[in-house]
Write a protein that binds this ligand. Structure first.
Ligand SMILES: Cc1cc2nc3c(=O)[nH]c(=O)nc-3n(C[C@H](O)[C@H](O)[C@H](O)COP(=O)(O)OP(=O)(O)OC[C@H]3O[C@@H](n4cnc5c(N)ncnc54)[C@H](O)[C@@H]3O)c2cc1C
Length: 458
């Protein structure tokens, strides 16, 4: 076959058994149907393969670790998956410039470890760190639990190398913090979900690791109190807050029940906040600051219970509870998830309205809410023990209610996970005509033949 002759036999897989891992995603939500997987080892090979596919009208689906949750890396019949997994080198770590250069197929956890080994921090932290790739993180503008302090992937990328749909290579590998020379091209590719180019390399920002870290867990009576606590934290520990997570009482109880881990408090609370304070001072100083801040929160009646983790192990146990919520939800029957963002001031009204409208129509639903409150990002997950009278399309009925309220409050229907296949219709419903026109024109100007990742996002 022509593609094999171009780059070597082992760069092209066509055997059904070999293809299988590239057709199944992390949660088995979306099945791919490609009959070919391309496994280049260099940017030049990506360019050759993309050009050859374009000449033959074979559409390409770029794929990283396939951990995205919206079907962005799922392929259709006749398409080729282009996997970056063999381009996984850490090319360079520059501790003076505080930058690191990596190939797009490098696994996030390996990137973080390599930075740590040189005394630096790469702060992106996701539940999928062990399998997702930097290229996938860039293509989805991944967020995670440290966004509050360090920003999402968009803020962590300084330079990019991208193979364009016609095979040309764009070298934007500048390790510059300041560069006002025309349109910021790299930002077009961050969050483009493989529809504009194949990311092959990146220059990432590094940080000094914090000297100390303190984790606290609080029980509260309302979401309003959680939001007021966040404002207080910003004033009392300025610049030190690195995570501020909201967990509903229901989500925590189910997680403790399912995992067998004892709840952090004797009494149950309506809401919980898990927060991390970290910075250039040691643990003892951070602990004092956290005690002061939580003392003020008690005085103002914002928290009813609070603990500060005594050890790294206790802090890890608290975070493990947060990470275990999705597993516990699975035990509650069928689940439908909504990854949404709202202005902070609209979170409490959104939650009240969504719950009252959903339960008025569907009283059997159970609502599990948690998320990165500091970023205004909620995971609004709805579980149903038995489908019964709600019918097979119950998820659509729930989504209509949830997303209509998100729209009403000028929120986002996808805070972290992108659009992929899953949310294409939602994008159409929630963007204005002008926004859609601009998005379509950008796609048409860079990929006029629809060569890359067709049927995704737009
Ligand atoms: C357990 C779990 C926890 C998660 N937690 C978070 C979280 O906290 N925050 C968050 O933001 N996301 C989270 N995610 C989803 C998140 O989007 C991904 O884990 C990750 O960013 C995707 O990387 P990937 O390499 O798996 O990409 P894939 O799933 O392979 O691909 C995702 C999209 O990017 C495109 N793509 C992949 N590689 C490239 C490339 N080199 N060039 C161009 N396009 C490319 C694909 O075509 C696809 O459209 C989570 C997922 C899981 C399973």
């Amino acid at each position: 076959m022509h593609l094999r002759r171009l780059c070597g036999d082992d760069r092209v897989l066509t055997d059904r058994v070999d293809l299988e891992p590239y057709l199944t995603d992390e949660r088995d939500y979306f099945r791919g149907a490609a009959e070919m997987v391309l496994l280049p080892r260099t940017t030049e090979e990506v360019s050759i393969l993309v050009r050859a596919c374009a000449a033959r009208g074979v559409r390409i689906v770029p794929q990283g670790g396939n951990t995205g949750l919206v079907g962005g890396a799922a392929s259709a019949e006749g398409e080729a998956v282009l996997s970056l997994r063999r381009m996984n080198r850490i090319v360079d770590i520059d501790c003076e410039s505080m930058t690191m250069t990596v190939e797009a197929g490098a696994i996030l956890a390996n990137v973080c470890k390599a930075a740590e080994a040189r005394g630096c921090l790469f702060p992106l932290s996701l539940g999928s760190s062990g399998s997702c790739q930097i290229g996938g993180n860039i293509a989805t503008n991944a967020g995670g639990s440290n966004v509050l302090r360090y920003g999402s992937m968009r803020e962590l990328v300084l330079g990019l190398e991208v193979v364009l749909p016609d095979g040309r290579i764009w070298n934007g590998m500048r390790a510059l913090y300041k560069d006002n020379t025309g349109y910021a091209l790299r930002h077009l590719f961050v969050g483009s979900e493989g529809t504009l180019g194949v990311v092959t390399k990146a220059v990432l920002k590094l940080f000094d690791p914090p000297k100390g870290t303190t984790t606290a867990f609080c029980g509260l009576r309302s979401v309003e109190a959680a939001i007021a606590l966040f404002s207080l934290a910003r004033r009392k520990v300025p610049g030190l807050l690195s995570a501020f997570e909201l967990i509903s009482g229901f989500s925590l109880e189910e997680t403790c029940r399912h995992s067998g881990v004892a709840p952090p408090f004797k009494e149950e609370h309506a809401w919980y906040v898990l927060l991390t304070v970290s910075g250039g001072v040691d643990d003892a100083v951070l602990r004092d600051l956290s005690e002061d801040f939580l003392g003020a929160a008690f005085e103002q009646g914002l928290v009813d219970d609070a603990i500060i983790a005594e050890s790294l192990a206790q802090s890890q146990t608290l975070w493990a509870l947060r990470e275990a919520i999705p597993e516990a939800e699975k035990m509650l029957g069928q689940t439908t998830k909504h990854d949404i963002a709202l202005p902070l001031s609209k979170i409490a009204p959104f939650l009240a309205e969504a719950e009252s409208r959903l339960l008025a129509t569907f009283p059997d639903l159970m609502i599990s809410v948690f998320g990165h409150l500091g970023d205004g990002n909620l995971h609004y997950n709805v579980c149903l023990p038995e489908v019964g009278s709600m019918g097979g399309d119950w998820r659509d009925s729930v989504a209509d209610v949830v997303y209509s309220i998100v729209g009403q409050y000028n929120g986002s229907v996808s805070a972290e996970h992108g659009i992929g296949k899953l949310k294409r219709m939602l994008l159409r419903q929630h963007k204005t005509a002008v926004e859609l026109d601009l998005l379509e024109r950008i796609k048409a100007s860079i990929d006029p033949d629809g060569q890359l990742n067709p049927g995704k996002m737009l």
